[in-house]
Design a protein. Structure first.
Length: 201
């Protein structure tokens, strides 16, 4: 899932010294109720997304491939997304680069989602600027660096953003705007709110 690490990185960045296991696809639950209609339809959408190789220039923003799953709580959105993340055909299309990011109601700080993406996609982490760490990076700098790496990344990747709420739409949009610079990125999103999915960038 992680790309090769670099020995020389920009200031404030470092190679991740461990595997970010929290970004792994959740395992199938024993109580999982199979929903073949939803799984087949969503799998088909994921497999039909075309990458955009050759379309991206230095500052060009691509049309990001988004696939959404919505429904009320408890109907199996997250379980379905996890099932597709482990799916053999999906894994093959994205060359085993499938990244799970749990969003939920509380991850309103975009830096949390950006850190998760940096960990899982590039095996890197950044220092966050704060009152106790003035040498850390602010959001603008982090976004610019991730966009640069996305432009240079020639391998397909599937990012699953699980359980986006209205309270975390803004932080999710920051990450989605970064991913628009990736020529081969597809995003699978789950949410209870169908209108929210329609409004996502």
């Amino acid at each position: 899932m992680v790309t090769k690490q670099e020995s020389i990185l920009p200031k404030g960045w470092s190679n991740l010294p461990y595997t970010a296991t929290e970004l792994d696809i959740p395992q199938e639950m024993e109580s999982f109720m199979d929903r073949p209609d939803l799984i087949d339809k969503t799998r088909s959408s994921l497999l039909q997304t075309d990458d955009k190789k050759g379309e991206s220039k230095s500052n060009h923003v691509n049309t990001l491939a988004l696939v959404g799953v919505h429904g009320m709580g408890g109907v199996g959105k997250s379980v379905t997304a996890a099932c597709l993340g482990r799916d053999e055909e999906v894994q093959k299309k994205f060359k085993q680069r499938v990244l799970w990011i749990e969003v939920g109601q509380d991850r309103t700080d975009p830096m949390i989602l950006l850190q998760s993406f940096a960990n899982g996609a590039f095996g890197r982490e950044f220092e966050v600027k704060s009152s106790n760490n003035q040498s850390g990076l602010d959001q603008k700098v982090v976004v610019a660096q991730l966009k640069e790496w996305c432009r240079k990344d020639d391998e397909p990747i599937l990012i699953i953003l699980d359980d986006i709420w209205s309270s975390t739409k803004e932080s999710s949009d920051v990450l989605l705007n970064v991913l628009k610079l990736h020529k081969h990125a597809t995003v699978l999103i789950t949410s209870r709110d169908a209108e929210l999915l329609d409004d996502l960038d």
